[in-house]
Design a protein around this ligand. Sequence first.
Ligand SMILES: [Zn+2]
Length: 172
Amino acid sequence: MVSSKTILVIPMVVGIILLIVGGIFGVVGYLLFMQAFGNPFLPIQQISQLASSGMSMMMVGSLLAVPGFVCIIAAVLFLIIGYRKKIAKTLAKESAEIAEEIAPMQVRIAKAQAPAVETIAKAQAKGFRKGFEDSDDLDSSSEDSTIRIRCRNCGYLETEDAQFCSKCGKEL
Ligand SMILES: [Zn+2]
């Protein structure tokens, strides 16, 4: 994290120094410029000398202040990016911690649910088995009913293809 801090600090310091020096140059230049035109009794040669030196000092000041501003803006951008990264990192760490805290709870819940799930599964298996058995019964009973006829004399259920009742001997 040392490199990102250096990236942040260097433009900030350089920007502040450039702004201060540029500001001093600007202020001194402005004062010289004003001094040139503030006094009507100054000789014209001195007025032009003061004005030109004031102008050049203000120019130097702005030439220093502009990169100073750029450096400070860059530092602020770095700061914002760094801050956002830090926020993202903190959020990721927090969610990881929450997940770690929740994990044992989820295991406990799963363990607690296991017997209930097993009971449900067993009940379902039982239900399905019963369903299959019932359907088997239905199948067998339907098979029986289709191939048997009732004797008119004694009521015995005889197979369909039989000509005589096997109980009372009457013709079917
Ligand atoms: Zn019969």
